[in-house]
Design a protein around this ligand. Sequence first.
Ligand code: ADP
Ligand code: MG
Length: 359
Amino acid sequence: MAKASTPRIRRLEEHVVNKIAAGEVVQRPVSALKEMLENSLDAGATQINIVVKEGGNKLLQIQDNGHGIQKEDLALLCERHATSKLVAFDDLEAINTLGFRGEALASISFVAHLTVTTMTKDCAHGLRITYRDGHMDPAGPKPCAAVPGTTIMVEDLFYNMITRKKALRSASEEYSKILDMVGRYAVFSKGVGISCKRQGEARADIHSLANASKLDNIRSVYGANVARNVLPFEQRMGSGADLPKPMDTPCFMAEGFVSSADYSGKKSMLVLFINQRPVECGPLKRALEATYAAILPKAAKPFIFLDVRMPGPHVDVNLHPTKREVGFLHQDALIEAVRAAVEERLLASNNKRTYTQML
Ligand code: ADP
Ligand code: MG
């Protein structure tokens, strides 16, 4: 084989870099919607309404009543690494917003048609503007009638990335991923009403109310059978998760709901938030499933909702562009403490049940 000549190294052009990065942040409709939902929460919205067409492949629309966007900032809105949330890297440890990378809207504008309508509270009218490849329409924003808040419309996702478009699942599968993600936030986000429906449908598939309790929201999202059979749960280690703690001391607070011995789900469900972010944690899920399987006879699958807080410096939120996983210190200690507490709660409810059955 002839020896290949040594290739030269070149810088990628900026739009190529942006398009590659966009594919990482926006993997499918649900990832675009998650970013937009988090933006609405970061904007202090108390009502968020989502409309989806064809599983989000055709349309994702999200309307919020948050603080809106200033006219002067619209030019930067979809520029990569432009954000109102983070200034210095060290701020990441204490970040209290869900976003911080300034990448989401930029990414979306590279892979879809993006239209933003926004109105700040002190403005008499709204502004509407479309974006493409990180830039706003050169004609500039147009005044329009609006209510305070922001509405973002994402159309024809991956219109310019044929392979990615082909790799998407059916509209119904994409939509069920969307409902799964929105449902988690609907339960977690107390004080915020969240609705999600298919375009053209009168009835929303998710509809949580701003003034409802977590248990009310569990009922409306996961059904009466789940809500009837969950036990409140609390466990802490160290104390005062909001206080600065030495890095070598495990410290967390976990609260939520775990299904009782009377509940038997078809598949197990772990809704986990760590420092307000919905995350996956395989080892914790497996430990909890094993605990249920050992105690309950018919391999009943659990429903578990956990809200875990720990000191900011113990969590690395920057593991992945989608922020789906976070890294945290003392993972084994946390898993074992939560598992043991769930076991105790479950055993107590199981004994009570056995006792009642004997009567
Ligand atoms: P990040 O959330 O990491 O800052 P994004 O690309 O998601 O990056 O958003 C860029 C900026 O646009 C945000 O920092 C915020 O100032 C503004 N923004 C986005 N969505 C909204 C919204 N729904 N309401 C108000 N401001 C928004
Ligand atoms: Mg964001």
